[in-house]
Design a protein around this ligand. Structure first.
Ligand code: ATP
Ligand code: TPS
Ligand code: MG
Length: 340
């Protein structure tokens, strides 16, 4: 099992200095074989052919992760995963990550190394390198900013604006698990050593809670499934803010209505429902409005569902209602609102 405790004692970033921290993580940051100049110079130099996709996501301590809940390795994996999911959601192959870290002076060098290891392991698993970054001081909490680049390999990008009337709405990956994990941590029911003793004694429920907590700490979206399906998909995005909110983004970008079918989402609800008593919202709400599993929601011709995707609804002509469930408009918040 990975070390989950924050190791503060070894050597502080302020003692190590920028060059010292860089030296500490340099062997962890593996560059891709095709890279011309990796970490160490003013810029990386990458071999690129054709269009490049580019995306950035910023993770802020207290907003996106909490050190009491997540290990530095988890946080590195999460930072990589959510950027890799954005690249895959365009139908592109991730090729490079560039990582900025703002660290409080007391952050342990070992913390940074573990975080870098999480980043590098996830990047390597999909064939991408960590090609550079920046280290600076933060007088607040830790901030990690990841820029990801990807290669379309001759394909056209899969946009949010491509959904067509008559398409099926399809999904690959889990829904509601990250939100369930978040609610368990937030209520103090999930602790670094597992589900609090008094929460439940049923083993399957404990295992489910652990699985949801793991998805919250570091989601594992099916990147290969999304990239492999791209040629058949008309529109796609990764679900970061909630299924309903992200369907609304596709609806608005494509000028269509996204009609979800609750019976087709029932398996997702049933998966997380055993934890209802320990959560503050219902399984249905966690599935519909919870984000951060980074599942892929897409649309495609109903007779051409790609491997690894399943139908959850249909695309209909714009009715003034962006997202409906069983023909009823959704009321209340559709998902996470970052600046609220
Ligand atoms: N500060 C900014 N400057 C320029 N463009 C931005 C800025 N912030 C967001 N955007 C653009 O707005 C769009 C939506 O951004 P958003 O961060 O919501 O992406 P997302 O993939 O939907 O969500 P998430 O950040 O949860 O992955 C993206 O195309 C993004 O590049
Ligand atoms: C400590 C803590 N509190 C709440 C959440 C939930 N959360 C934060 S950002 C976000 C959506 C994407 O936002 P952005 O657009 O900022 O990337 C969600 C669902 C969390 N991960 N950690
Ligand atoms: Mg996205």
């Amino acid at each position: 099992m990975r070390p989950r405790a924050l190791v503060r004692s070894i050597v502080d970033a302020s003692e190590l200095g920028e060059d010292g921290v860089l030296a500490l993580i340099s062997d962890v940051l593996t560059s891709a074989p095709t890279t011309i100049v990796g970490p160490g110079d003013d810029c990386a130099v990458l071999e690129v052919t054709g269009p490049v996709v580019a995306t950035t996501d910023v993770l802020v301590e207290g907003e996106h992760f909490v050190q009491d809940w997540s290990s530095p390795y988890d946080i590195g994996e999460r930072a990589a995963a959510q950027n890799l999911a954005d690249v895959a959601a365009m139908g592109a192959h991730p090729s490079a990550l560039v990582v900025g870290m703002a660290l409080p002076g007391h952050a342990a060098g070992e913390w940074v190394r573990e975080c870098a290891r999480g980043l590098a392991d996830r990047a390597r698993a999909i064939g991408a390198g960590i090609e550079g970054g920046d280290l600076t001081r933060s007088r607040g909490g830790i901030v990690i900013s990841v820029t990801a680049l990807g290669d379309l390999r001759g394909r056209t990008p899969v946009l949010r604006s491509g959904a067509r009337v008559g398409d099926a709405i399809v999904i690959a990956g889990t829904l509601g698990m990250s939100r369930t994990g978040f609610e368990l941590y937030d209520a103090g029911r999930m602790t670094p050593t597992g589900l609090a003793e008094e929460a439940t004694s049923e083993k399957p429920v404990r295992e489910l809670a652990e699985a949801c907590a793991a998805v919250f700490r570091a989601p594992n979206p099916p990147l290969h499934t999304a990239i492999g399906a791209a040629a058949r998909l008309h529109a796609m995005m990764d679900v970061s803010d909630g299924l309903a909110r992200d369907c609304q983004r596709i609806a608005r970008a494509s000028g269509v209505s996204m009609c979800l079918d609750s019976t087709l989402l029932a398996p997702d609800c049933q998966r997380v429902a055993p934890l209802d008593e320990l959560c503050r919202s219902t399984a249905w709400s966690r599935v519909l409005r919870g984000g951060e599993d980074h599942a892929f929601v897409a649309t495609c011709a109903p007779d051409a569902i790609p491997t690894g995707f399943r139908i959850i609804g249909s695309v209909e002509s714009a009715s003034g209602i962006d997202v409906s469930v069983d023909s009823q408009p959704l009321t209340g918040p559709l998902g996470w609102e970052s600046l609220a």
